[in-house]
Design a protein around this ligand. Structure first.
Ligand SMILES: *[C@@H]1O[C@H](CO)[C@@H](O)[C@H](O)[C@H]1NC(C)=O
Ligand SMILES: *[C@@H]1O[C@H](CO)[C@@H](O)[C@H](O)[C@H]1NC(C)=O
Length: 374
C-alpha cells in the first residue's frame, strides 16, 4: 500500500527531473551550436525551439493524409532529400523550416505536427504546423482543402499543453518566451485565390483584398501571442509575379514577371510591415518582425548568375512552365542539372535557392535577438 500512496509525489518528482534534464539538454544544445551552418548564434542567446505556421513553402508533410491536391508526397518531390524520399516537402530537398532549425543548431529537420512518431525531444524543440496551400484568406485554405491558418494556431495551443505535460509550467514558459515562431503565407491568396480562381476579384479590388490578408495575418499573430509566443517573425509575400507559373499566366508570350501580381505583393507587404509594427507596440514583451523575402528572392531571380544559377524563369520539373503539385509527378521528366535552377517546380524554389536565401535573413534576426531586443 505504501508504494501506492507515495506514487503521486513520485510522479511529480519524475516530471521535475525530466523537466530539468530537458532544460539541460536545451542548454547543451546551445553550447554545441557552433555547428555546420552559416548562421552564427552567440552562446548566450537561447532559442530552444522553432515553430512554424504557414503554407507549402514551409510544410514538411502535414497534408499527406488530407484529401487535397496540395500535396508533395510523391516523386520527384524529395528526389534530393536524404534517402531520395518524398516526405510532403514541396521541393527537391529541404525546405526553409528545416534550414532554419539546422542553421540555429537545433536539429536536422522540422517534423510535421501530424507525424505520428514524434519523440519527446521533437515536441520540445519545435514542430511544424504549416499546411500546403493555406492562406490568410480563409477561402484560400478552403478551396485547396488545406488546414486553415487559424486551425494551425489551435494545433499549437494543443501542442503547448503537451509540452506543459512533459516539462511543467515554468519550463513551458521558458520555451514559449524564447522560441521563434515563423509565419509564412500570402502567395496562395494572391496567386491562387485572387488571380487564379478570381472569385475574390468580384468582391474586392487589390487594395481591399490586401487589407483582408493583413487582417488575417494580424489575427494569426494575436492568436500566437495568446498561446504564449513572444518572438514572432512574419514573412512578407515573395515576388509572386516572377514565379514561373505566374509568368505563364500573366507574363505574356515572353513570360515576363506578371507585374500586377508583384504590385499586389508589394502593397500587401507594405501594409503588413506597418501592422506588425503596431502589433509589436501593443503586445507586451513581444518581438513581432516583418521579414522581407521579396527583395532577396527578386535579387536571386534577376541576378541569378551572381548566385551560380543558370535558369531563373522555369522550374526543373517537366517543361518548367506549368508543372506544380500534382502536375509534377512520377511521370514528369525532370532536368538533369537541378543545381542550376532557381525553381524546382513552377511555384517552389529549389533547396539550393533556399540555402542562399535563408541564412542571411536568419542572421539578421539572430543578431537582433542577441542585442537584447529579446
Ligand atoms: C477599392 O474598394 C474599396 C472598398 O470597396 C473602395 O473604398 C476603394 O475606393 C477601392 N479602391 C480603388 C483603387 O478602386
Ligand atoms: C513582461 O516581462 C516582464 C519581465 O520579464 C514580466 O514581469 C511581465 O509579466 C511580462 N508581461 C507579459 C504580458 O508577458
Amino acid at each position: 500500500m505504501e508504494a501506492f500512496v507515495e506514487a503521486p509525489p513520485c510522479r511529480c518528482c519524475l516530471r521535475l527531473v525530466v523537466g530539468m534534464m530537458v532544460v539541460m539538454l536545451l542548454l547543451l544544445g546551445g553550447w554545441c551550436r557552433e555547428a555546420t551552418g552559416l548562421v552564427k548564434v552567440p552562446p548566450d542567446l537561447k532559442i530552444p525551439a522553432v515553430f512554424v505556421i504557414g503554407d507549402s513553402v514551409m510544410d514538411t508533410g502535414n497534408n499527406n493524409d488530407l484529401v487535397s491536391l496540395a500535396k508533395c508526397n510523391y516523386l520527384p518531390y524529395g528526389k534530393d532529400f536524404k534517402g531520395g524520399v518524398a516526405t510532403g516537402r514541396c521541393s527537391n530537398g529541404k525546405v526553409p523550416s528545416d534550414i532554419i532549425v539546422e542553421e540555429l543548431g537545433i536539429k536536422e529537420l522540422l517534423p510535421p505536427y501530424k507525424d505520428r512518431n514524434l519523440k519527446t525531444q521533437d515536441l520540445l524543440t519545435g514542430v511544424n504546423f504549416a499546411s500546403a496551400a493555406a492562406g490568410y484568406d480563409p477561402l484560400t485554405s478552403q478551396l485547396a482543402r488545406a488546414t486553415p491558418m487559424t486551425d494551425q494556431v489551435k494545433w499549437f495551443k494543443d501542442h503547448r499543453k503537451k509540452i506543459k505535460g512533459i516539462v511543467g509550467d515554468e519550463q513551458t514558459k521558458f520555451i514559449m518566451d524564447n522560441s521563434v515562431v515563423v509565419v509564412v503565407a500570402g502567395s496562395d491568396d494572391i496567386a491562387n485565390t485572387y488571380y487564379g480562381a478570381r472569385v475574390r476579384q468580384l468582391q474586392y479590388n487589390v487594395s481591399a483584398y490586401t487589407d483582408l490578408m493583413v487582417n488575417g495575418a494580424s489575427d494569426i499573430v494575436k492568436g500566437l501571442y495568446e498561446v504564449g509566443s513572444r518572438r514572432i517573425g512574419v514573412f512578407g509575400a515573395p515576388p509572386i509575379g516572377c514565379l514561373p507559373s505566374q509568368r505563364a499566366l500573366g507574363g505574356g508570350i515572353q513570360r515576363k514577371c506578371a507585374e500586377n501580381e508583384n504590385v499586389a505583393a508589394k502593397l500587401f507587404n507594405s501594409k503588413l510591415r506597418k501592422r506588425l509594427e503596431q502589433l509589436e507596440q501593443s503586445l507586451p514583451n513581444s518581438t513581432v518582425r516583418y521579414v522581407d523575402i521579396y527583395n532577396p528572392l527578386l535579387d536571386v531571380i534577376v541576378n541569378y548568375k551572381k548566385y551560380g544559377f543558370k535558369v531563373p524563369n522555369r522550374g526543373c520539373c517537366g517543361t518548367g512552365i506549368i508543372e506544380a503539385a500534382f502536375l509534377c509527378n512520377r511521370y514528369t521528366p525532370t532536368c538533369p542539372d537541378v543545381q542550376n535552377y532557381v525553381f524546382w517546380d513552377t511555384f517552389h524554389p529549389t533547396e539550393a535557392t533556399y540555402r542562399k536565401l535563408i541564412p542571411p535573413i536568419l542572421q539578421k534576426y539572430v543578431d537582433d535577438y542577441a542585442r537584447g531586443i529579446r
